[in-house]
Design a protein around this ligand. Structure first.
Ligand code: NAD
Length: 489
């Protein structure tokens, strides 16, 4: 198998297919701005072909028992494990992460695959009681048909696994629209699926731009479920388009997640989790800790601890470095301009606020870890997601104030509180408006069997992964049995 070809083609059925446009876009390494290779610039014609192929393949795939589908997906996991280093190398090149991070992320993706492969043995419905004598009933899960999956690049192999495995175990065929910034990561999973003998056409990958190939996928009448992870702005557009034809939609969107440090917190632990939440993966996590809410009583102390530790963070692609570049030039420019406008409105940059000036980062997209303070709760910088290593410090008078600041956002993805007070911990986790709430930890992190997702502008209420993801990719059918007692003898 060609590990990283000069041209990354679409995969439709069993074939690598040149896009009908015959055009390709540059796949750029964010660490040094070099061009790794090129990827297909697809459009609606490619999508129509993928849908036709997926439709036929889905009939075969759905005819297999869920147990058999699970066994085949397990084979894919084994292959991914065998090729873990190669997958990780692609992730490193496309995202500028360290090999250690990329291997960890690939391991996490495989664990998600194994979880859903096992669900083939547990694709449960329910048995129902009935008020009618001699009647019994049950629900069974049926595939939706074709699943259109759209992913971003921040944790590319995990993003792919979170969607592909639950969609496939439920008996759907998949059309995966890769991220412009990480096309190779989607491509390799489909290549490995063919290698282990998954039926051609059940995992198709199309590359290209959101408007040119993503939107046709969202609009196509034969694509019964759309699962999207990305920005709130695009998610809202997808909700409208898919809503017009009543397709099932799952939206996993942005966040502006609060991490609260109380006056009774273990400040050293709170510091470690703040650094990881705000800056690991260059802050490119939907779940990053982008608002650090600190009690007045410990504010100055925690602020100096945080500035000192942040200034020691090392950027680069080495395993010992703390984080790498942001994904592309446009994102870097957006961040610089957001910090600049915040400063003009009175924000104080405590550290960072600029791109790295290290000679080895000259051509890469490195944003220095940035902490801002003196921002109002309704300022643009407090409300909008920057998706980079930038966080803001907010001062809270007391617990009630901290909770109210935490909830002062249109987003509601994750949240964290650092406290040794049991009452605060319980009250916060129950009352913060977020899909995930953590005590004495980071704002990020999940496990294959944990449902993840947000409220408000962070999503539409669906959850991936966990068994809850099965609800996105299957439809429930209620089956009623009426017995004729006079026919028993
Ligand atoms: P993005 O919304 O710009 O793009 C995401 C994907 O959508 C890409 O593949 C893109 O090509 C595609 N796309 C863009 N426009 C489209 C359209 N009109 N129709 C169909 N598809 C379209 O997001 P991004 O900048 O790549 O990713 C960062 C965002 O993703 C952040 O907001 C982050 O919070 C979010 N995210 C959320 C989660 C979660 O689980 N909630 C996880 C990771 C990332």
């Amino acid at each position: 198998m060609n590990i990283f070809p000069d041209k990354i083609q679409n995969i439709i059925g069993s074939e690598e297919k040149e896009p009908t446009t015959q055009q390709f876009l540059d796949n750029v390494n964010p660490h040094d701005g070099s061009i790794i290779n090129q990827y297909a610039r697809s459009n609606e014609s490619d999508l129509l072909e993928a849908v036709a192929v997926a439709k036929e393949a889905q009939k075969i795939w759905a005819s297999f028992t869920p147990v058999k589908r699970g066994q085949m997906l397990y084979d894919l996991c084994v292959k991914m494990k065998e090729r873990q280093e190669i997958i990780a190398r692609i992730v490193v090149a496309e995202t500028g992460k360290s090999m250690k991070m990329a291997l960890g992320e690939t391991g996490g993706a495989i664990a998600v695959g194994q979880f859903f492969a096992g669900e083939g043995q547990r694709l449960f419905g329910r048995t129902l009681t009935s008020g009618v004598p001699n009647k019994s009933a049950m629900t069974v899960r049926k595939p939706v048909g074709i699943a259109g999956l759209i992913v971003p690049a921040n944790t590319p192999i995990a993003n792919v696994a979170w969607k592909v495995f639950p969609a496939l175990i439920c008996g759907n065929a998949v059309i995966l629209k890769s991220s412009e910034d990480a096309p190779g990561t989607s491509w390799i999973v489909a290549k490995l699926a063919l290698e282990v003998g998954l039926p051609p056409g059940i995992l198709n990958v199309v590359h290209g731009l959101g408007l040119e190939i993503g939107e046709p996928l969202v609009k196509h009448p034969d694509v019964g479920v759309i699962s999207f992870t990305g920005s709130t702005q695009v998610g809202k557009r997808i909700a409208v388009l898919a809503g017009e034809r009543l397709a099932t939609v799952s939206l996993e969107l942005g966040g502006k997640n609060p991490l609260v440090v109380c006056d009774d917190a273990d400040l050293d632990k709170a510091l470690d989790w703040t650094l990881l939440s705000a800056f690991s993966n260059a802050g490119q996590r939907c779940a990053s800790g982008s608002r650090i809410v600190v009690f007045e009583a410990v504010y100055e102390k925690f602020k100096s601890m945080l500035i000192e530790a942040t200034q020691k963070l090392v950027m680069g692609i080495g395993d010992d470095d703390d984080f790498g570049p942001v994904i592309n030039k446009k994102q870097l420019e957006n961040m610089l301009s957001a910090v600049n406008s915040a400063e003009q409105k009175g924000a104080i940059v405590l550290t960072g606020g600029k791109r790295s000036e290290m000679p080895e980062h000259k051509n890469g997209y490195y944003m220095c870890p940035t902490i801002l303070e003196n921002v109002a709760l309704d300022d643009e910088i407090s409300q909008s997601e920057l998706f980079g290593p930038i966080t803001i410090l907010c001062k809270a008078k007391n617990y009630d104030d901290a909770l109210s600041i935490a909830n002062h956002s249109d987003y509601g993805l994750t949240s964290s509180i650092h406290t040794t007070n049991f009452n605060r911990a319980i009250h916060f986790t129950q009352n913060v408006r977020a899909g995930v709430s953590v005590v004495n930890g980071g704002t990020f992190g999940s496990e294959p069997h944990f449902p993840f997702g947000g409220v408000k502008n962070s999503g539409n209420g669906t959850r991936e992964p966990g068994t809850e993801a099965l609800d996105i990719y299957s439809v429930l059918k209620a089956i009623h049995f009426n017995l004729s007692s006079d026919k028993l003898n």
